[in-house]
Design a protein around this ligand. Structure first.
Ligand code: SF4
Ligand code: SF4
Length: 387
């Protein structure tokens, strides 16, 4: 049990490297992180590179945050900085090259001591303490480092409500294996427990720190198709759960974030109340009202009454809908659908994605990964009426 878990917060108004560096130095001091923690270590920075998106869109960790953090760690004695993530789609050089370039990361390799991961190997390990997950594949880049720093984004998420520290760690699982895990754990309860298993495995294996880039966050249809918000904050904590609880409060999240309930049930946080977080800051905790994702429309029913609430939330879950005017029939959603519920067919409008709702598990990977934003959410009539 971690009591009064510290989370450092600073206001940071821009992606000026100098301003970010000052904020990071302050947060490290507030958290009493000394150079000893980093000295001589090969440190993996795990950004959120969910898909090839320009940094200003707020979906991916900004390269200037990574640059400032990498330089600070090297100054404090880190041996090497490796930047590694497995975005949606294949975990392979061709995909990652596009992601690195579009997300603005390529220039980071000009910093001496910094590398972008180019080893696309992974191996399967046993999770001794896993409650839901007993075996899992992880990137070699992560397994072979001495310390992991999870450099996440402040965003909404269609499935989990919040995409911050805990959800970002799902990216240590290679490429399309993530889709298989959605199919294995189709219910939000099991999926969230699985996220906590992954997080605990990593935290048990190596020193861990989470840093959240909330300088520009994302509201609405996160994690990829929402609207950027100038939220002007950086957060850091040794606990991904405490950081997420603070983030949940900052964005005024109204959607149940089940992985935080699961962490609390396991005694990994003192409670779900953000006031249990020990905030280290000389500023007030900012309060925003991020628009929730369309996909989360029926999720509030989960709060109604125990199991019944959970069943109602499942029954009234928003379902994905293809906008035939935008869809170009590229097939990314067909390849990404864990339930194989999407096919590309000849329709009156041309080659378009078609969803077989009987098989759909409401994971929203199609919405997340459609490069054209052609997947919208259809709300149940009752939910529309309540809203
Ligand atoms: S919905 Fe999006 S990902 Fe699927 S085929 Fe259409 S454009 Fe491509
Ligand atoms: S159609 Fe979309 S929401 Fe349904 S299972 Fe496939 S990827 Fe998930």
């Amino acid at each position: 049990m971690e009591n009064g878990i510290p989370v450092a917060l600073t206001r940071c108004s821009s992606y000026s490297e100098e301003e970010i560096r000052r904020c990071l130095v302050k947060m490290f001091a507030d958290l009493a992180l000394s150079g000893e923690l980093f000295a001589g270590k090969r440190i993996c920075l795990k950004p959120n590179l969910v898909m090839a998106k320009k940094p200003e869109l707020g979906a991916t960790t900004h390269p200037t945050v990574l640059a400032a953090l990498a330089k600070l760690l090297l100054k404090q004695g880190a041996k090497e900085i490796l930047i590694a993530d497995s975005p949606g789609g294949p975990y392979a050089a061709a995909n990652l090259e596009i992601v690195y370039r579009t997300c603005g990361l390529t220039a980071l390799e000009s910093i001496p001591g910094v590398r972008l991961n180019s080893d696309f190997g992974f191996r399967t390990v046993t999770l001794e303490t896993g409650r839901t997950l007993k075996n899992c594949s992880f990137l070699n880049a992560v397994l072979d480092c001495d310390m992991l720093i999870n450099v996440c984004k402040l965003k909404t998420h269609g499935l989990t409500g919040l995409s911050c520290a805990v959800k970002n760690l799902f990216g240590v699982v290679p490429g399309v294996e993530k889709f298989a895990m959605h199919a294995t754990y189709p219910k939000i309860e099991e999926f969230s427990d699985m996220l906590v298993d992954i997080t605990e495995y990593i935290r048990g294996k190596m020193p861990y720190l989470a840093v959240c880039d909330g300088i520009v966050g994302m509201e609405g249809n996160g994690p990829t198709h929402g609207t950027p918000v100038e939220s002007g904050v950086l957060l850091a904590s040794r606990s991904p759960y405490a950081l997420d609880i603070a983030a949940e409060h900052i964005i005024g999240c109204t959607v149940p974030v089940v992985h935080l309930d699961k962490a609390a049930e396991r005694g990994l946080t003192e409670s779900r109340d953000w006031q249990q977080v020990k905030l280290l800051s000389d500023t007030e905790l900012p309060g925003y009202h991020f628009t929730p994702p369309e996909a989360s429309a029926g999720r509030f029913l989960k709060n109604l009454s125990g199991i019944m609430g959970g069943r109602l939330a499942e029954a009234f879950a928003a379902r994905p809908k293809i906008d035939n005017k935008i869809c170009v029939g590229c097939g990314v959603c067909e390849r990404s659908c864990p339930a194989h519920a999407i096919t590309i067919e000849n329709t009156g409008a041309g080659r378009r994605a078609v969803i077989a709702y009987k098989g759909c598990i409401r994971c929203y990977c199609c919405q997340e990964l459609c490069p054209h934003g052609a997947v919208r959410m259809g709300k149940n009539v009752l939910i529309r009426w309540i809203h």
